[in-house]
Design a protein around this ligand. Structure first.
Ligand code: X2X
Length: 335
């Protein structure tokens, strides 16, 4: 019996007694869990749910993927270990956070690497993405071909607007759990605090952190505008979510089912990218209407501050010359 099937039976055994006899027997041969850290209304959750529906239909009900959005199964850190142990089967995670397991995976988050989305997709669907997926494969995980969009990240604050690098001095900013994020905001003179997304709203509400940084789409969908006052359009990095699978678990699916799952997840990723692009067109006006004050910033000034602090030199050394050369082949010269 496959591991996955055993798990399905175990889950069945844990049903409350009252359900026995009242629930139809499960027909799915493979009952799989997909987890993420964004609200159920985020395009990523919506498109993942759709993919699950298409996968079930295309496999005549034998592959049933259940979606657990919005950190229902725990924080990113928790979900990454659940994915590794096989307790969950699929999980979408920022490459920067994945770097706690696969150091190379944060390379796409180097500050100001990508000037626009065309450059992002050329790199992530091209050599840079292939490099990260190969590195991920060495750690028992599969990263599907198409990365999902999170977006270009902007800084928000409840205390004061961030208009220039000097405004970041001592700024208590929440960053996700990732050495690259911490290093980058330290290089900018801020005081970064690592907090999983599951705790961000309350950390801002209770002023454990003055600010945070995320794409506008997520600032809107996770209602961070309720606990923040200012947005600075720094676009200091692009961030995406790799669709990760546990390699052991995935390989217990028959090859044709594996193909359907990969095909449909990748198709949904492309649709999600388009959703985020469309949202980017409308979200600024919405956030302004909700009371956020926007500042345009001189982005090169922030990039120069990073360079002056030795940020690029340090990370080039960490990733190694070969990896850095792949990055620069897609972004142009960074150091
Ligand atoms: O934790 C965050 O800020 C988020 C939701 O953007 C990521 O998953 C990196």
């Amino acid at each position: 019996m496959s591991m996955l099937k055993r798990r399905t039976l175990l889950a069945g055994a844990a049903l409350p007694l009252i359900a026995i006899g009242t629930r139809p027997a499960r027909s799915a041969e493979f009952s799989l869990k997909l987890a993420n850290n964004v609200p159920v209304t985020h395009p990523m959750s919506i498109r993942q749910q759709e993919a699950a529906g298409r996968i079930k239909a295309a496999t005549n009900g034998s592959v049933d993927i259940q979606l657990f959005p919005n950190n229902q199964l725990g924080s990113d850190t928790d979900m990454l270990s659940q994915l590794r142990s096989g307790a969950i089967d699929f999980f979408t995670l920022s490459g920067l956070i994945l770097s706690t397991l696969v150091p190379a995976a944060s390379i796409s988050g180097v500050g100001f690497a990508f000037k626009d989305y065309d450059t992002v997709w050329a790199a992530m669907d091209g050599r840079l993405g292939a490099y990260i997926r190969t590195e991920t494969g060495k750690r028992g995980l599969i990263a599907m071909d198409k990365i999902w969009d999170n977006g270009f990240r902007q800084i928000t604050s409840s205390s004061h607007p961030i208009r220039a690098p000097a405004d970041l001095k001592g700024f208590k900013i929440r960053v996700p759990v990732s050495p690259l994020w911490t290093s980058m905001f330290q290089a900018l003179g801020a005081s970064p605090i690592s907090i999983n997304f599951a705790e961000v709203y309350s950390a801002l509400q209770t002023h454990i952190a003055e600010g945070q940084e995320n794409p506008l789409s997520l600032i809107e969908i996770a209602k961070l505008y309720e606990v923040q006052k200012y947005v600075s359009m720094t676009s200091h990095m692009w961030d995406g979510f790799w669709m990760l699978a546990n390699k052991r678990g995935f390989s217990t699916l028959p090859p044709d089912a594996q193909e359907v799952v990969a095909r449909e997840l990748n198709a949904s990723a492309l649709q999600e990218r388009a959703d985020i692009a469309a949202l980017n067109g409308s979200v600024t006006a919405d956030l302004k209407a909700k009371g956020l004050e926007f500042s345009e910033v001189d982005k090169p000034a922030f990039r120069d501050a990073l360079r002056a602090a030795g940020f690029y030199a340090e990370w080039k050394k960490k990733y190694g010359d070969d990896a850095w050369a792949i990055l620069e082949s897609q972004t142009g010269s960074l150091s």
